[in-house]
Design a protein around this ligand. Structure first.
Ligand SMILES: NC(=O)c1ccc[n+]([C@@H]2O[C@H](COP(=O)([O-])OP(=O)(O)OC[C@H]3O[C@@H](n4cnc5c(N)ncnc54)[C@H](O)[C@@H]3O)[C@@H](O)[C@H]2O)c1
Ligand SMILES: C[N+](C)(C)CC=O
Ligand SMILES: [K+]
Length: 489
């Protein structure tokens, strides 16, 4: 099967597709050609209200089902997603420009993993019993209520599922707003959940720009907001949620370090640096864009990296042989090119890339070459700011202490990696890294079993793993008295 790129309508509310042409135009662009592949509309205030009302109405009955019943629906949806992985991946590729080689293994598949994992966990939700003499206390793990998910554009299906799966497992309902840049696949997630038996109103999708997100966050019916996006947006959303005393999960940006010691396996370290910088054309929050290579192997590392970049294959993202796609949008390419120019101006040494690839269309596809800067210093703009594109900065270092201090010298704390054959050093080092996800001798693996999220400015809360349940539910404490009630008078 193939999904048409134009969906039946822009929004999915209360179990059905809904359109309102009076909403702002939201064209969907295929980043490899610049072609408009769908015309959607942003949600109007009336549609936002309709979605939240549907979620509010559906929530009590959804929460009243047993966890086993809720989980069965999520697991059925996981199976359907896997059966349709190719069609979903093709649609994701058209929406994001990411090569099909990637979307086939990292998007709907990861979404299905989350639905399966939290579908399984749904039946395990429980409280505790605390005996106090004859009296006792028990706790109930309850849903939060109506929740809002807001997505970034790099992993649209995955983000929708990483939020919806634990939210729904816990008995919440959700209104999800995809990124305006990649709005298509969340609608398919909604369709599939419905097909799997999800009651109407439990998962709704509304499209729109930032103000639609803001409208959702500010609504008093909403108990929790989970955002995947940039730090500036995170600040705004967290502040708006705080004034309504809402819970939040913030999955934000990063400028993560990848530290490679002299004793590392250079071939593996180069592979990891490639995965940590050029996968999804560098549009990955957890990317290890600050690559610290110890002095003894730095030139060998750079030489081997340059050779390995000969294996980059740009081209039609729908061709499974293509392993590097365009940037998601003209705007994002402009931002990345601005950073590359700054890197040059500030004196970093360009080792690879740095421009638009020859032979690829300049006007339409938003192409940028995989770019490597060496001799980068900690003060340079490219060393400090999240670029969100295929730009690797390579730094030298002499000692473990120095590497640790410089790795942590950032406002961000999403991820970090260390390569060494000395495992005592590896554990000692990650013990002191200020990052939510650390990898030893690999990079960027984010299975759903692993809690994922940021320290410092990179976020609040965790997605995935069992701990996500705590972020999508609340505890009620019940004290039960077995005797008479004493009072002073
Ligand atoms: N930690 C993670 O899991 C993770 C994953 C992917 C991307 N990211 C981060 O996301 C960023 C790139 O994505 P982006 O450019 O789409 O981010 P963005 O912050 O521009 O937008 C994210 C989402 O927030 C919405 N939004 C914007 N203003 C809003 C407001 N005032 N209220 C409510 N919603 C609002 C947008 O419409 C979009 O849906 C990068 O910084 C990247 O690191 C983080
Ligand atoms: C969560 N992750 C790393 C797969 C995608 C973030 O951009
Ligand atoms: K798009």
């Amino acid at each position: 099967m193939t999904y048409p790129t134009q969906p039946e309508a822009s929004h999915f509310i209360d179990g059905a597709y809904v359109e309102d042409d009076s909403g702002a135009a939201l064209p969907v662009i295929y980043p490899a050609t610049g072609e408009t592949i769908a015309d959607l509309h942003a949600a109007t205030p009336a549609l936002i209200d309709r979605a939240l009302a549907a979620a509010k109405r559906a929530q009590p009955a959804w929460a009243a089902m047993t966890g086993t019943e809720r989980g069965r629906i999520l697991r059925r949806a996981a199976d359907i997603m896997r059966e349709r992985n190719r069609a979903l991946s093709e649609l994701e590729t058209k929406d994001t420009g990411k090569p099909l080689q990637e979307t086939l293994v990292a998007d709907a598949t990861s979404g299905a993993d989350a639905l399966e994992y939290f579908g399984g966990l749904a039946a395990t939700l429980s409280g505790e019993h605390i005996q106090l003499g004859d009296d006792f206390i028990y706790t109930r793990r309850e849903a939060l209520g109506v929740t809002v998910g807001i997505g970034a554009w790099n992993y649209p299906t995955q983000i929708a599922c990483w939020k919806a799966a634990p939210a729904l497992a816990c008995g919440n309902t959700m209104v999800f707003k995809p990124s305006e840049t990649t709005p298509l696949c969340a609608l398919k997630v909604a369709e599939i959940l419905k097909e799997a038996g999800l009651p109407d109103g439990v998962f709704n999708v509304v499209q729109g720009y930032g103000e639609v997100g803001a409208g959702l966050v500010e609504d008093e019916r909403v108990a929790k907001v989970s955002l995947t996006g940039s730090v500036p947006t995170g600040r705004r959303v967290y502040a708006a949620a705080a004034s309504g005393m809402k819970s939040v999960t913030m999955e934000l940006g990063g400028k993560s370090p990848l530290v490679i010691f002299d004793d590392a396996n250079v071939e593996d370290a180069v592979s990891a640096a490639i995965n940590a910088n050029f996968y999804s054309t560098g549009q990955v929050c957890s990317n290890g864009t600050r690559v610290f290579v110890q002095d003894g192997i730095r030139e060998a590392f750079l030489a081997r990296l340059s050779e390995r970049l000969g294996g980059v294959k740009m081209g039609d993202p729908l061709d499974e042989a293509t392993n590097f796609g365009p940037m998601v949008s003209a705007r994002q390419r402009e931002i990345v090119e601005g950073f590359i120019a700054r890197g040059r101006e500030e004196g970093a040494r360009l080792v690879a890339g740095g421009g638009r690839p020859t032979g690829m269309s300049d006007e339409n596809g938003y192409w940028v070459e995989p770019t490597v800067f060496a001799d980068v210093t900690d003060e340079m703009t490219i060393a400090r700011e999240e670029i969100f594109g295929p730009v690797m900065s390579v730094f030298g270092f002499a000692t473990e202490e120095e590497a640790l201090e410089r790795a942590n010298a950032t406002i961000y704390g999403l991820s970090a990696g260390v390569f060494t054959r000395d495992l005592a050093r590896a554990h000692r080092f990650v013990g002191k890294l200020q990052a939510g996800s650390c990898w030893i001798n690999t990079y960027n693996l984010t299975p759903v079993e692993a809690p994922f999220g940021g320290m410092k400015m990179s976020g609040v809360g965790r997605e995935n793993g069992q701990v996500a349940i705590e972020h999508w539910s609340q505890l009620k404490t019940v004290y039960v008295a077995m005797g008479e009630v004493e009072a002073p008078y």
